[in-house]
Design a protein around this ligand. Structure first.
Ligand code: SF4
Ligand code: SF4
Length: 62
């Protein structure tokens, strides 16, 4: 299942991805978005599409 990773250097901590996530996977931790509930991610891609900074990419994991 792919899941998002956040490039914290690009993240502006705007919170848009957190609001866009239907599964409450993301939260702001130490002034940047972070994956806090990875198991709940359904890989919908909404967070990636909504991020204005292009700070989210999806990686495939075994
Ligand atoms: S891919 Fe979807 S479910 Fe997973 S963190 Fe992003 S918005 Fe949430
Ligand atoms: S939408 Fe992008 S810039 Fe905004 S908090 Fe999420 S990762 Fe950071």
């Amino acid at each position: 299942m792919p899941h998002p990773i956040i490039n914290t250097d690009e993240c502006s901590a705007c919170g848009i991805c957190i609001d866009s996530c239907p599964q409450d996977v993301l939260d702001i931790v130490h002034d940047a978005a972070a994956v806090v509930n990875e198991d709940a991610c359904i890989a919908c891609g909404d967070c990636m599409e909504e991020c204005p900074m292009g700070a989210i990419e999806e990686i495939e994991e075994d």
